[in-house]
Design a protein. Structure first.
Lengths: 602, 102
C-alpha cells in the first residue's frame, strides 16, 4: 500500500513511518496542503494521513481540492490532528475526509487503523477489478453483437425479399433472430421462397440457420427443383448441427406462368393460400420432420404441387406467429392469423393488418420466440411475361466454336436433375451466361418433353382434368422411379452463322416419338394455346428460338437460339448506323408479341 | 418438471409432469441416462400424460435420447400424447422418428 503522510511536524511523520514501514507499506511525505495535492496527483496513494493546521494551504482545503479531482477509485483520507481541533475535524470530514485519529495516537492504534484500511482497500480493489472485468466483458459483448448484427445482416440480406411479389416481417425475441427468410427468382421467372426457424433463439439459433442461405440461393439460381433444394439443405444441416439442434423450414415455389404453387413443409405451421375473398383455398400442413435430423437416405424432399385458378396470397410463418401469446397466455393460433388476413382483400393491407394484429395480440410484451411471416402475392397473369436481357453485339472478328454432347441413360435420369446440371455447364461459356433465363426455358421445355412424353409415355391431356395436373405429377414420379431403359442425348453447338453467334440445341430421345406434323399444325401464335394447360411449352420455345425442327419419328428436335450479333470487322465511327440496324430480334417469328425493352409478352 | 421412473419387465417408463422445456435439461438427462445404463432395460417409454407444455429444446432433448438409445440398441416410445404436446409433436412429424401412441 502507498501511504501519503501530510504533516509539517517531522516527529509526527517519523512516528507514522515507523509504524507503516515494518507492515510493508511505502510512504510519501508532504509538509503542506499544496504539495499534498501535487503528491496525490503524481503518486496516486492508497491511503492518506492528513494534518489540519499547516502553513500555507491547510488540511481541510487540501482535502477539498483532492476530492474535486476526477477519481476512478476511492482513496480513504484520515485526519490526524490534536483533540482540541475537534471543530476542525468535523468540517474536515464534511469536506471529504473518511476518518480521524486524535494526536497523539498509540503505535498499536495506528497499526490497527492501517491494517483495517488495508483490508478495506484490498476488498475495494477486488470489487473494482470485477467491475472493470465486467465492463470489459460488456464492451466485448457489445462489440461482438455490433459486428455480428452487421455480418448477419449482410449474410442474410436477401435482395429477393424486395421482390414486388414478396412481403415479410421478422421480429426477433433477442438481438439475433433464429428465423431466416429468403426469396429469389429461379431462371424462367419462378419465385422460390424459404422460411426457416432454427430451434431456440439468439445468436446460436441464427448461426444454425445461416448455412441455408447460400445453398438456397445458388440452387435456386441454377434452376434446381424444390425437392432437390430441400435434400441439399437437410444434408448441409445434418452435417453441421449437433443431434439436439434442427431447423423447421418451409420451401415454396410459385410459378405464375404455369399457375402452380409447390410447397415442402417440415415442422412449420400450415402454409396457407388465401383467395381474395379471404377463404383458405389451399393449405399445406407440415409433412416432414424439420431439417437437420434425418440422414440423407431417410430424408424425403417430396413436395406438394397445387394448381391455382384464382389470385391470392401465399402465407408462410414460423410457430412464433401462431404461438404468440397475449397477457392472459392465449395464443394467436393459425385461425387467428386467418381471421386477420381475411378481413381485407389486397395483399398490402393484409400484410399491414397482420403485423398490427400480432403487435396488438402481444399487448406490448416482447415475443417469447422469433416471430416471422413471409407473404407472396400470387397473381393470375394472362400475359405471362418473361423478361430476358436483350442480346448484345460482340466485337469479335473470329468466333471460336464450342461443342458439348451429353448422354443420359435411364439409370441417371432417375436421380439427376438434368436441366440445372446442363444449364450450369453451358452457362459457364461467357457468351451464354446472360442468356441463362431464356436457355433455361428452352432447355426445360425440350428436355421435359423428351422425358415425360418420349420416355415416360405421359399424356398432357390429363392435365386438363380436374386435379389433372397433380395426377400428372404423381404419375410422372411413379413412372420415373420405375424407369429402366431409354436414353436422352443432348447436344449443343455454339458457332458462327453468317454475322451472328448462334447456339444449336438438339435433343433426341429413344422413345416412340409423336405425330408432330399433325400436333403442331396451327400452333404458331402463343396466344392461341395460352388457354390450354399444354402445348404452351413448344409455343414458348418457338418464341425464343429462331427455328425449331422436329424429325425422325418425332423423337428428335433441333432448334437454333440466336446469341448475339458479331461485328466481323473492327467497327469505325462511320459504320455505327449499320450495326444498330442489325440488332437481332429474338422471337421474330412472332413480331406481334414483341414488347419494348426486351420484354416478350405471351 | 418432475420425472417419475418405473421399471418393470425390461421397460423403463419415464412419467413427466409439468413444463418440458430448457430448464428440464438436467433432470431429463439424468433420468434417461439411468435407464440407458441399466442392462436389464430394453425399452424406454416417455409418458406425456401430465405434460402441459413442450418447447423446441424439449424436442432437441428427445432427439438426443433417440440417438443415445439407438447407439445402446434400446427402443424409445412416446405415449399418452394430448393437447398442445400432441400438436407440437405432430407438426414436427416426430411420428416419423419415434414410435408414437396416443
Amino acid at each position: 500500500m502507498k501511504i501519503l503522510i501530510v504533516d509539517d511536524t517531522p516527529a509526527n511523520v517519523m512516528q507514522l513511518q515507523a509504524v507503516a514501514h515494518p507492515l510493508g507499506h511505502q510512504t510519501i511525505i508532504a509538509a503542506d496542503g499544496e504539495s499534498a495535492v501535487a503528491a496525490f496527483q503524481a503518486e496516486v496513494p492508497d491511503l492518506v494521513f492528513m494534518n489540519i493546521m499547516m502553513p500555507g494551504m491547510d488540511g481541510i482545503a487540501a482535502v477539498k481540492k483532492i476530492r474535486a479531482l476526477p477519481a476512478d477509485k476511492w482513496t480513504p483520507i484520515i485526519f490526524h490532528s490534536a483533540v482540541d481541533q475537534m471543530q476542525d475535524i468535523v468540517s474536515g470530514l464534511e469536506a471529504g475526509g473518511d476518518d480521524y485519529l486524535a494526536k497523539p495516537a498509540s503505535t498499536q492504534l495506528l497499526q490497527a487503523k492501517i491494517n483495517s484500511y488495508a483490508r478495506q482497500i484490498a476488498l475495494q480493489n477486488k470489487v473494482h477489478g470485477y467491475a472493470e472485468e465486467l465492463a470489459r466483458w460488456r464492451e466485448d459483448s457489445e462489440e461482438q453483437t455490433r459486428l455480428g448484427t452487421h455480418v448477419m445482416a449482410r449474410l442474410t440480406d436477401a435482395a429477393g425479399l424486395r421482390d414486388q411479389m414478396v412481403r415479410s416481417f421478422n421480429l426477433p425475441a433477442e438481438t439475433f433472430s433464429g428465423d431466416l427468410l429468403c426469396a429469389a427468382r429461379a431462371p424462367g421467372e419462378v419465385l422460390n421462397v424459404l422460411l426457416a426457424d432454427a430451434a431456440g433463439h439468439g445468436l446460436a439459433a441464427a448461426l444454425s440457420a445461416l448455412p441455408l442461405t447460400q445453398a438456397f440461393y445458388s440452387m435456386t439460381a441454377k434452376g434446381f427443383p424444390l425437392p432437390s433444394i430441400a435434400e441439399e439443405l437437410n444434408r448441409k444441416l445434418k452435417a453441421i448441427l449437433p443431434a439436439d439442434r434442427f431447423v423447421a423450414a418451409t420451401l415454396a415455389s410459385v410459378d405464375v406462368r404455369n399457375q402452380t404453387v409447390e410447397v415442402w413443409n417440415g415442422g412449420n405451421p400450415d402454409t396457407l393460400f388465401l383467395n381474395t375473398q379471404g377463404e383458405v383455398a389451399m393449405r399445406w400442413a407440415s409433412r416432414h420432420p424439420p431439417l437437420g435430423i434425418l440422414p440423407d437416405e431417410l430424408f424425403s424432399g417430396m413436395s406438394e404441387t397445387v394448381v391455382f385458378h384464382e389470385p391470392g396470397d401465399l402465407v408462410l410463418s414460423s410457430d412464433g406467429l401462431t404461438e404468440a401469446e397475449d397477457l392472459a397466455g392465449a395464443r394467436l393460433g393459425i385461425d387467428g392469423v386467418i381471421g386477420i388476413l381475411g378481413k381485407t382483400q389486397d395483399s398490402d393491407s393484409r400484410f399491414k393488418l397482420l403485423l398490427q394484429g400480432v403487435e396488438t395480440h402481444l399487448q406490448g410484451q416482447p415475443g417469447r420466440d422469433d416471430i416471422s411471416c413471409l407473404m407472396v402475392a400470387v397473381p393470375i397473369d394472362r400475359r405471362r411475361q418473361f423478361r430476358f436481357s436483350a442480346p448484345k453485339t460482340i466485337n469479335q472478328s473470329q468466333f471460336a466454336e464450342w461443342r458439348l454432347d451429353l448422354t443420359y441413360n435411364a439409370q441417371e435420369l432417375r436421380y439427376i436433375d438434368v436441366v440445372p446440371a446442363v444449364l450450369g455447364l453451358i452457362t459457364q461459356v461467357q457468351t451464354l451466361k446472360e442468356h441463362q433465363g431464356a436457355l433455361f426455358l428452352v432447355l426445360s421445355e425440350l428436355f421435359n418433353n423428351a422425358l415425360d412424353h418420349g420416355l415416360l409415355g405421359l399424356d398432357s391431356v390429363t392435365k386438363q382434368w380436374i386435379g389433372g395436373f397433380e395426377f400428372y405429377l404423381q404419375q410422372r414420379a411413379e413412372r420415373l422411379a420405375k424407369l429402366h431403359e431409354g436414353r436422352i442425348d443432348l447436344s449443343f453447338l455454339l458457332h458462327q452463322e453468317e454475322s451472328r453467334a448462334v447456339l444449336d440445341i438438339s435433343i433426341n430421345d429413344s422413345g416412340p416419338g409423336f405425330d408432330y406434323s399433325h400436333r403442331l399444325q396451327g400452333q404458331t401464335a402463343l396466344s392461341e394455346v395460352n388457354e390450354q394447360p399444354f402445348g404452351r411449352g413448344i409455343a414458348l420455345v418457338k418464341s425464343l428460338c429462331n427455328q425449331i425442327v422436329y424429325s425422325g419419328a418425332g423423337n428428335k428436335v433441333w432448334c437454333r437460339y440466336i446469341v448475339s450479333d458479331l461485328v466481323l470487322d473492327a467497327p469505325s465511327d462511320a459504320e455505327d448506323g449499320s450495326s444498330a440496324e442489325a440488332l437481332p430480334v429474338t422471337g421474330k417469328s412472332n413480331p406481334g408479341t414483341q414488347g419494348e425493352d426486351g420484354l416478350i409478352l405471351f | 418438471m418432475q420425472i417419475n421412473t418405473v421399471t418393470t419387465d425390461g421397460k423403463a417408463v419415464l412419467k413427466l409432469n409439468g413444463r418440458f422445456d430448457f430448464h428440464s435439461h438436467r433432470d431429463f438427462r439424468t433420468a434417461y441416462e439411468h435407464a440407458l445404463d441399466e442392462a436389464g432395460v430394453q425399452a424406454i417409454v416417455i409418458d406425456f400424460q401430465d405434460v402441459d407444455y413442450l418447447d423446441s429444446s424439449a424436442l432437441g432433448m428427445l432427439l438426443l435420447l433417440r440417438e443415445k438409445a439407438e447407439a445402446a440398441g434400446k427402443s424409445v416410445a412416446l405415449v399418452s400424447l394430448q393437447g398442445m404436446v400432441k400438436q407440437v409433436l405432430e407438426i414436427a412429424n416426430f411420428g416419423k422418428l419415434f414410435s408414437v401412441t396416443g
